[in-house]
Design a protein around this ligand. Structure first.
Ligand code: G6P
Length: 483
């Protein structure tokens, strides 16, 4: 067994989905690692410091119990505790599918036509947030670090239970401008929930500004954008842009691994294309997958000399399967792939689009990054996008071009990318051509600039920046203490 040091006793991390799912198999609990940005960003801090992670682990329980297993994680070499929260079928439908994924998710991605504002969704959201807050408070930690749009009410609930708690919040998705946010019938309550925090962090300066503007619509707060500060009801709340980083060392290590490089060669050979365009995204309507395939069709129509020479390899990672819209999107993508391949596969050369619907482990992911000539991150709207960072860091060979949507949060930092508007097929097609024809020296220069930025703000920088601010609050240097 391991023992907790003083610092480990301090931290509770709270998020809807954590780094592990739990399944029951023949009376045994089997844990499985989840893939995803939040898990890979947050887990290193618990590895380094210990603590408790409170999360839903994918199990539905209708017996009325609010929590499941408490485990030491990772199995075999435990570094921190995992406290599982149960959701009932009703909560899963109305809180997770409903308020989280049919209200807040589309709203924050500015796709209001996809929002459905049901009172039952909101009621379930409040109840589930109360449950998370109650279980979290029982851990009696000094610092509570709450994550993402699923749990926006938790900070204020924790504050009500313990006035002296130190509470940080990280919002992982875009934060929209106020005229969009205010469409939410319960917008004021959501903002009030967040304002229970001492620190609220976002990926970009634009989201911070949108948040300030939204708070100003609901509350008579004094806002100091230059200091990243809100004063409200005798409290001070820090609001900062701290974009999530990646584990650069791990990606570089994999990129140098001969087995991964051999696999990259194998992928290239098997696609039989002179040039490979790559897309890797969760299957989500925010990621612009159909728009990318249509732009590829436009590209082949406009520049027929590329027919049979270029393939778009689109990996779509299964996500939110139980939600109707995601099934519709999958069908649309599959139809479009069939259509473009039917129309432009004229030469028996490279197939226009190759499509896989599955998740990849990290080694396989890096092999794909190395196999590609161009990575297309052309989301219609995206909180940040870690795939863009992982690609640039994996290209230790100095080759490859990143085409990036200006509507992905990462565009605020990644100046070496080629920006392309995903809503305009002609523009995207022109950028694809430019990327394919970019001279090697320019590719190298752009990648160097990208890699410098990404390395300066890696995953350690991210969690340390968050916790440094929080710890300054604990030690009384607090910009957030009452004044
Ligand atoms: C986004 C959110 C995460 C979420 C992930 C996967 O990246 O910011 O909080 O975990 O999507 O979505 P899911 O609904 O499967 O947890």
């Amino acid at each position: 067994m391991y023992s907790y040091g003083r610092s480990s006793a301090q931290l509770a991390v709270v998020s809807n989905r954590g780094a592990y799912t739990i399944q029951e198999s023949y009376d045994r609990l089997v844990t499985r690692r989840t893939v995803g940005g939040l898990a890979s960003a947050v887990e290193p801090v618990l590895h380094a410091q210990g603590g408790t992670w409170i999360s839903w682990c994918g199990r539905i329980d209708n017996s009325g119990k609010d929590r499941g297993a408490k485990l030491s994680i990772p199995p075999g070499e435990p570094r921190y505790h995992l406290q599982e929260v149960f959701l009932s079928t009703e909560e899963h439908d109305n809180y997770y599918h409903g308020f989280c994924n049919a209200c807040l998710w589309p709203l924050c991605h500015q796709m209001t036509e996809r929002c459905s504002f049901e009172k039952a969704y909101w009621d379930a959201y409040r109840r589930v947030n109360q449950k998370f807050a109650r279980i979290t408070m029982e851990t009696r930690k000094e610092i509570y670090w709450v994550h993402d749009f699923h749990l926006a009410l938790v900070p204020q609930l924790l504050r009500n239970m313990s006035g002296s708690a130190t509470i940080a919040f990280f919002w992982h998705i875009p934060f929209p401008p106020p005229d969009i946010f205010q469409i939410l019938p319960w917008g004021r309550q959501v903002i009030y929930g967040l304002l229970g925090s001492d620190l609220i962090a976002f990926h970009t300066a634009r989201y911070v500004q949108n948040f300030f503007d939204t708070v100003a619509c609901y509350y008579p707060a004094r806002i100091y954008p230059e200091q990243g500060l809100i004063r409200l009801h005798n409290r001070r709340i820090l609001v900062q842009a701290i974009p999530v980083g990646i584990n650069c060392h791990r990606f570089e290590q994999l990129a140098a691994d001969p087995a991964v490089r051999a696999r990259a060669e194998e992928i290239r050979r098997s696609l039989g294309a002179e040039k490979i365009l790559l897309g890797i995204d969760r299957m989500d309507y925010t990621k612009g997958i159909p728009e990318r395939i249509r732009a590829m069709a436009y590209f082949l129509e406009k520049y027929p000399e590329y027919c049979g020479r270029v393939t778009l390899l689109q990996i779509a990672v299964p996500s939110r399967n139980g939600i109707g819209e995601y099934g519709v999107l999958k069908q649309e993508v599959e139809r479009l792939v069939g259509e473009i391949n039917g129309r432009y596969d004229r030469t028996y050369g490279a197939v226009p689009v190759r499509y896989r619907y599955q998740s990849l482990d990290q080694a396989e992911l890096v092999a794909h990054y190395l196999a590609a000539d161009v990575l297309l991150v052309t989301a219609l709207r995206d909180g940040l996008n870690l795939v863009a960072k992982e690609f640039a860091i994996s290209r230790i060979d100095g080759k490859g071009v990143l085409v990036l949507s200006p509507f992905a949060g990462a565009a605020e930092e990644l100046h070496g990318a080629l920006l392309a508007n995903p809503f305009e097929p002609a523009h995207l097609a022109a950028k694809i051509k430019m990327a394919l024809e970019m001279p090697p020296q320019e590719q190298k220069n752009r990648l160097e600039s990208l890699r410098r930025t990404i390395k300066n703000r890696d995953v350690r920088w991210w969690w340390q920046s968050n916790l440094k601010l929080v710890k300054s609050l604990v030690s009384g240097l607090s910009p957030a203490s009452t004044s």
